[in-house]
Design a protein around this ligand. Structure first.
Ligand SMILES: Cc1ncc(COP(=O)(O)O)c(C=O)c1O
Length: 401
């Protein structure tokens, strides 16, 4: 149920008796109400935002409880993060010589980097699909955005150095590379990373290497190893450790570059201490805990792929996903992605329509997140045939975000 936002005072004169037009609901209000409804939905199976729903390690829960018991919510954290966490992030990436600045999730690092490095007239280059928010941040900063289409078998669902080189122009100041790519699940090879870096170094262009899904990859290569002077690696605890609601991540790079970014960050009073204690504890148990999470994610993917491939109208173009998600491609005669999402939503399963990521290719796919309990994967597999049938008959319905 959506309520209208407060309307202006009743007009005077004869108009007073006219039925009042409900004020249009602003887009951000609609979006917020949508997510407010989702968080209030009991038993919702969150398979649309690549969040991680595996049970947390007890040490991570204990660290949060200890922080609350000690009243740490009453104080500010160090502005660039707990030293133990900063060191832990750099060690986890294996980037000696780099430094970390802890942020309120990776997204606030992305916001800050884009807004600091880009001025009106500059250009951001990224792929299509990409993670859309840095595109919006760049546009708001007055920069232009060039997206290189990578969706489709003709591109192998990946970016090549040659196509990056072609796209770069005189105004290009920043490249945003989501690797592994969300939503596609492709990851750049060592040769591709070398090729990208050669292109960027020749022009002094900055690189954001968004490594949010790195831990789910079969193989991953950090551009910062080859191009430390202008690469900023963004890091998230939301996905591998399952701390999306706590908002903790980081930007990592050359000390001079991070010093510049740390001069006036939006989280100057530090990020949540409870979140940082959980993250420190998470890094300590990562080697023991994460392999089972990854194995469960891949097993869910294996079963979900088999189910999708057996259904008319669906295919899985990137079955070897380097992320905790899969893309289902919808054939021309299949129901729309929005109708499939709506039919699954009626069964309390949240997946995501491609249009969230890309207006150009969004009508061709849905995305399913797989770092979830096996029972959720079972529920999806069981629901899919009837949901597809229903989606063929029913239009998409309400707006999705
Ligand atoms: C590619 C990418 N980068 C960054 C983020 C945001 O991460 P965080 O939750 O750490 O802000 C997401 C979240 O979905 C993402 O997909």
């Amino acid at each position: 149920m959506t309520a209208a936002i407060p309307t202006r005072a009743a007009p005077s004169g004869s108009e007073q008796d006219a039925p009042e037009e409900p004020a249009p609901i602003a887009g951000f209000e609609q979006r917020n109400r949508h997510f407010d409804r989702l968080v209030a939905t009991p038993g919702l199976k969150w398979m649309g935002q690549n969040t991680n729903h595996m049970p947390a390690h007890p040490a991570v829960l204990a660290a949060m409880h200890a922080s609350i018991a000690a009243g740490e919510y009453q104080i500010y954290a160090p502005p660039s993060g707990l030293e133990a966490l900063r060191a832990g992030i750099v060690a986890d990436l294996g980037l000696p010589g780099a430094v970390a600045h802890v942020t309120d999730g990776a997204v606030s690092a992305l916001y800050h980097i884009v807004r600091t490095l880009l001025s009106p007239g500059d250009e951001l280059v990224t792929t299509d699909p990409t993670w859309k928010w840095p595109v919006n941040f760049a546009t708001e900063a007055g920069a232009t955005v060039r997206q290189i289409p990578i969706y489709g078998a003709e591109h192998g669902y990946r970016l090549s150095p040659a196509r990056l080189a072609e796209a770069i122009g005189p105004q290009t100041r920043l490249v945003y590379l989501v690797d592994p790519n969300n939503p596609l699940g492709t990851a750049a090879t060592a040769e591709e990373i070398e090729g990208f870096v050669d292109v960027l170094r020749a022009r002094g262009i900055y690189l954001i290497h968004d490594c949010t899904y790195r831990d789910f990859a079969f193989d991953h290569h950090l551009a910062a190893r080859l191009y430390p002077e202008r690469t900023i690696t963004t890091y998230s605890f939301s996905k591998w450790l399952g701390l999306a609601g706590l908002r903790v991540g980081a930007m990592v790079g050359d000390p001079g570059l991070i010093a510049r970014l740390a001069a006036a960050p939006p989280n100057n009073l530090g990020s949540s201490l409870i979140a940082q204690r959980a993250a420190v504890a998470g890094l300590a148990i990562k080697a023991e805990w994460f392999p089972a999470v990854l194995a469960a994610n891949r097993e869910n993917q294996r079963r979900i792929i088999a189910a999708a491939e057996s259904l008319p109208g669906l295919s899985v173009p990137i079955p070897r996903s380097n992320g905790n998600f899969l893309v289902f491609e919808t054939a021309e005669d299949a129901p729309s992605p929005e109708a499939i999402c709506a039919a699954l939503a009626r069964r309390n399963i949240l997946i995501r329509q491609g249009a969230y990521h890309t207006p150009a290719f969004g009508h061709r796919f849905v995305k399913i997140s797989t770092s979830v309990p096996a029972a959720w994967a079972d529920a999806l597999i069981e629901a899919l045939p009837a949901a597809l049938d229903e989606a063929r008959k029913a239009p998409a319905g309400g707006k999705l975000f």
